[in-house]
Design a protein around this ligand. Structure first.
Ligand code: GLN
Length: 304
């Protein structure tokens, strides 16, 4: 299939909608100033063919998309014991919700909500430097150096009252081992990584190739089983309270971030990244979701 004309058509169809609906995340002050009227899309097939259109080269804050790669690191390091600390069920609530944690004794529902990713970083801290490892992993997977946005990380640290509450709440249940400040510093930095659609489509290609490195096919970054499980969690938990709607309308494992990016995986075929900063009420990119729906309708590619 020639994907370039398909991505060009999607950009044409999305362009008139830019800036009309949705809102840029404004609870993180450093993200509030990002112009809403931007849209990019990029993909990479498991054999390394690429297509891209729109603002595909513009770097943005990957935010919760980093949680997928943190989970990959956690699975490699701690194996099944990870699941003694974090659940694998959809939360059915907002990404930063506190309510479930009270009823469930401080064990987060899954690794893709904020509480789950904070607990995951706590696990990683026992084994490595999560900040350095995240940059090393993402830079290797997309074959270019990537960096933290220190302004975004500082902005989240200064205003991330809910995340600070989540971490302290879990600590009160004895679920966080390390010092809260160190855990949150690593978590906020993970969220602050800046990458473009093209870089994220490349990095996510590891998930469409049974865990093989996108640029070094003979190198296994994840096992086939780990990759399958990450994709399963993305499908059921990757877009928070909209996971059902994503499965219904798009039918692909997806992971979103409040920077407006969404990665999506067609297992054994390709990985995609779309980006548009204006979000819907669930914190997912409004036009990003629409573009993914167009892509699966036009290509017939879906896991169903
Ligand atoms: N850094 C954001 C937060 O912690 C990540 C949330 C997201 O992208 N959904 O609130």
């Amino acid at each position: 299939m020639d994907f370039q004309p398909i991505l060009d058509d999607i950009v044409e169809a999305i362009r008139p909608e830019l800036g009309k609906e949705g809102r840029v995340a404004n609870y993180i002050p450093a993200l509030a100033n990002v112009p809403a009227a931007q849209f990019g899309i990029a993909l990479r097939t498991y054999v390394g063919r690429e297509a891209a259109a729109g603002d595909f080269a513009t770097p943005f804050s990957i935010q919760s998309i980093s949680k997928v790669f943190a989970l990959g690191m956690g699975m490699r390091l701690t194996g099944e014991s990870l699941w003694e600390h974090i659940g694998r069920e959809p939360s059915g609530s907002a990404f930063n919700s506190l309510v479930q944690l009270e009823n469930e004794q401080g064990v987060p529902r899954n690794p893709f909500i904020n509480a789950g990713a904070i607990a995951l970083v706590d696990r990683l801290l026992g084994h490595l430097d999560p900040k350095a490892e995240m940059l090393a992993l993402l830079s290797s997977l997309c074959n270019e150096p990537v960096f933290f946005d220190e302004v975004v990380a500082a902005s989240e640290a200064a205003t991330g009252f809910r995340n600070i509450a989540l971490a302290n709440f879990m600590k009160s249940f004895g679920r966080i081992e390390n010092d809260i400040d160190g855990v949150l510093d690593a978590y906020f930095h993970h969220c602050s990584v800046r990458m473009s659609c093209q870089q994220l489509a490349r990095a996510a290609a590891v998930l469409c190739a049974d865990g093989a490195h996108p640029f070094h096919a003979d190198q296994k970054v994840l096992t086939e089983r780990q990759t399958r499980r990450i994709n399963a969690l993305m499908l059921t938990c990757g877009t928070y309270d909209a996971a059902g709607e994503f499965a219904y309308r798009i039918g692909l494992p997806c992971k979103s971030g409040v920077g407006g990016g969404i990665i999506a995986v067609v297992p054994d075929t390709l990985s995609l990244c779309v980006w548009s900063p204006a979000l819907d009420h669930t914190g997912n990119s409004l036009l990003g979701m629409r573009a993914l729906e167009m892509f699966t309708s036009m290509t017939g590619l879906s896991v169903f």
